[in-house]
Design a protein around this ligand. Structure first.
Ligand SMILES: [Zn+2]
Length: 371
């Protein structure tokens, strides 16, 4: 089956590596002009691909995302199908389902999650390990607030993935020690493998498999953690931090090319490993209107007990010790308490107002396709 999907990769407007920006625009125009030729494939798939591309361009001009890149093999491969009818998805048995893909036909997948009622679109993607997924666009059901009035602050930590103002530390699972050791061995092997050799391909596949495993665990963690927080607290406060922007800045800007690149690269790995972005996305979906984003200014330097901002208080990455009142705590928990307190203040001001939940991100749930 995965061949059937792979054959349909011809809808992609181009496969040149890293063309210039003007070149990309030209190629897009050409791709549209040559729609007759492209018509050989599924029109729905092509239209969606172009639409996605146009959106990526719009995001680039709005400076919220990086410039869209041409898809590389093994990276971001996939397509979107819209106008899905009720009969296009059916369940064959407890664990097996079938979905109709235009021009491909019926494709089986492992029914690993409930397919949402009335899903209007789905996306077929391939991860780095070469696994195909079908993802039905669905917003997770909102979880009712407990009604206790309790506000929780959650801080994105580096030492831990997330710290809660209650003092809980929520470490996202990563690879086990034995898996990390295997990954290191594979990376060393890769360095020795000749370019384009079969061995290199095998090593790469094994590395991708391990990384996919880590990513699966992180996604699972984000689902469970967001559900737990949405159930337990009426309001969940997080830092208003654009994780994307932070990670991008490590490469440097025109004004400050590559400043602190190495240190930041290390920090960024930590942030990304923590799966923070996905956690916040899921929180906003499961607790719509109950997630408050606060300015992160001083949240890591202010004592959550006496309120003094002290640059020396952060003894280490992990420990906060206030020199005024003697309060000592996990540094991420201290920050989470500040975040909670800021949000509680905001909540009072916002009472009676219409604090809107903002647009809900239609982050799809992934379902593994069988091959
Ligand atoms: Zn203090």
């Amino acid at each position: 089956m995965d061949l059937a999907v792979e054959q349909h990769s011809f809808w992609k407007p181009g496969r040149k590596s890293a063309p210039g920006f003007a070149e990309q625009c030209r190629q897009l125009t050409e791709a549209r002009a040559e729609f007759d030729w492209l018509r050989a494939g599924s029109i729905i798939v092509q239209q969606q691909a172009l639409k996605d591309f146009a959106q990526a361009m719009a995001n680039f001009f709005a400076r919220t995302h990086k410039r869209p890149a041409w898809r590389k093999r093994g990276q971001g491969e996939g397509f979107r199908i819209v106008a899905v009818k009720a009969g296009d998805v059916r369940r064959l048995s407890r664990n097996v389902g079938e979905v109709r893909i235009p021009k491909v036909g019926w494709v089986r997948f492992r029914w690993s999650r409930a397919v949402p009622e009335g899903a209007k679109s789905f996306r077929v993607t391939r991860d780095r390990a070469g696994r195909w997924f079908v993802a039905f666009a669905a917003i997770p059901e909102p979880i009712p607030a407990p009604g206790t009035g309790e506000v929780a602050g959650v801080d994105r930590g580096v030492a831990v993935s997330a710290a809660v103002s209650t003092g809980e530390l929520l470490p996202a699972p990563t690879l086990r020690d034995s898996e990390k050791a295997r990954l290191l061995r594979l990376l060393r092997k890769l360095a020795r493998a000749g370019r384009g050799s079969n061995r290199r391909g095998r090593v790469n596949a094994a590395i991708a498999k391990l990384k996919a495993r880590e990513s699966d665990r992180r996604k699972d963690w984000a689902e469970k953690t967001s559900t737990g927080l949405a159930r337990r607290f009426d309001v969940i406060a997080v830092e208003d931090l654009k994780v994307r922007n932070m990670t991008r800045s490590a490469r440097g800007t025109i004004e400050a090319p590559g400043r602190n690149v190495r240190a930041k690269a290390g920090l960024n790995r930590g942030i990304l490993a923590a799966g923070w972005g996905l956690l916040v996305t899921r929180l906003e979906q499961k607790a719509p209107g109950r997630v408050v984003k606060v300015s992160p200014a001083y949240t890591s330097l202010r004592c959550s007990v006496c309120g003094i901002v002290d640059r020396e208080a952060r003894e280490s990455q992990a420990v906060f010790r206030c020199r005024s009142c003697g309060y000592a705590a996990n540094a991420d928990v201290n920050a989470a308490r500040n975040i909670r307190d800021i949000a509680a203040g905001h909540a009072v001001k916002a009472r009676g107002g219409d604090r809107d939940a903002g647009p809900v991100n239609r982050e799809p749930q992934l379902v593994l396709l069988s091959v």
